[in-house]
Ligand binder design. Structure first.
Ligand SMILES: Cc1cc2nc3c(=O)[nH]c(=O)nc-3n(C[C@H](O)[C@H](O)[C@H](O)COP(=O)(O)OP(=O)(O)OC[C@H]3O[C@@H](n4cnc5c(N)ncnc54)[C@H](O)[C@@H]3O)c2cc1C
Length: 306
């Protein structure tokens, strides 16, 4: 086996994906955890070792100094971090403390000897840029890029570390905010509504189709941000959610690159649009050129009678 990567995310599922990446790359995976249950889950699902920061207050960004020291202590050649708001903050600080290069939001990463080959989207998602980063390095990876690890490894130890947090941070209060929209990250099927819908009430068609399919409803940024017909946490794209369902069915979505980059890893993309030249048809596996107001009721009937 090659060297060691330390992995961290504040999203438990994403940590397992990062462990999966290490295993696939032939690297030892040392997972960082700030929660006992996450530490146990990592140990039970493929990490070679888990460093559990028994912080009590679960404010990972207050432990960057200790994280940097742990990475050095493990002799790691990479720190792979889930690309979330908190993960990006941790990655940037640790990269600065270690004086390692940082590659953020990579869409693909392949570990070679002494370096990482990475791909990143640039120019608003219109261009894929290939780069090499010499190890040791810090990399942030969004969800859904690697298969989550699930196989336990014999002898994975959980090492509890007690460390003093950076006194400049104080957690005052946590208030749960109820999710407004669907859980797109874990959706198996998604129906995505675009500006092809003439009015908000018509979105019922998308919800009816989703109900028959057992799908969640997403939308384009224009539907969420301009029209404000659906909450902002359900729009897909470069500045919205990245999704990877088995089925991504679009209704009246033109398929601009800023939208489609968020869904291009879907298993099957099916598009309904009146304009046969809409760019969505280049991204779709199957396309229906037609008026969604006619196509959707027909689809619902067909699915109900199937
Ligand atoms: C920096 C930047 C970041 C962005 N980030 C995102 C992002 O993250 N996500 C995102 O979604 N967008 C993003 N956008 C906006 C993006 O460029 C598009 O403007 C947006 O995705 C278009 O949304 P739409 O497809 O719903 O609307 P439109 O482009 O207006 O397309 C509507 C489609 O509906 C079709 N249509 C009309 N009537 C019917 C009908 N009756 N039946 C069937 N089809 C019909 C039309 O032919 C058309 O193809 C970003 C833009 C910029 C500049």
């Amino acid at each position: 086996m090659g060297g060691t990567f330390v992995v961290y995310s504040d999203k438990p599922q994403l940590v397992l994906e990062l462990i999966g990446f290490c295993t696939g790359a032939g690297r030892k995976a040392v997972a960082l955890a700030f929660d006992a249950a996450v530490a146990e889950e990592c140990a039970a699902k493929g990490a070679d070792k888990v460093l559990f920061f028994n912080s009590g207050i679960n404010l990972p960004e207050a432990y960057c100094q200790q994280v940097a020291e742990a990475i050095t202590g493990e002799g790691a050649e990479g720190f792979i971090v889930g690309s979330t708001v908190r993960g990006r903050e941790m990655a940037a600080k640790v990269a600065a403390l270690l004086n390692w290069p940082l590659a953020s939001d990579v869409s693909r990463v392949v570990a070679g000897g002494g370096e990482l080959e990475i791909e990143r989207l640039t120019y608003g998602g219109a261009v894929v840029q290939q780069e090499k980063v010499r190890l040791p390095a810090v990399v942030t990876v969004p969800p859904g890029k690697f298969e989550p690890s699930s196989k336990p490894k014999a002898g994975a130890e959980v090492v509890a570390l007690s460390a003093e947090p950076d006194g400049r941070y104080t957690l005052l209060e946590r208030t749960r905010i109820e999710r407004q929209g669907a859980d797109l990250a874990n959706a198996d099927k998604i129906v995505c509504a675009g500006m092809g819908f003439a009015k908000k009430e018509d979105l019922k068609l998308a919800f009816d189709l989703a109900a028959v399919l057992g799908a969640e409803v997403a939308c384009t940024r224009s539907v969420a941000e301009e029209r404000k017909w659906l909450p902002p946490d359900v729009y897909v794209g470069i500045s919205g959610a990245t999704v990877k369902p088995r089925l991504y069915l679009t209704l009246g979505v033109s398929g601009q690159v800023q939208h489609i980059v968020g869904a291009r890893d879907s298993g099957l993309i099916v598009a309904v649009d009146v304009n046969e030249n809409a760019p969505i048809f280049s991204a779709a596996d199957y396309g229906i050129v037609g008026d969604l107001y006619e196509v959707v009721p027909t689809l619902i009937d067909a699915l109900k009678n199937a």
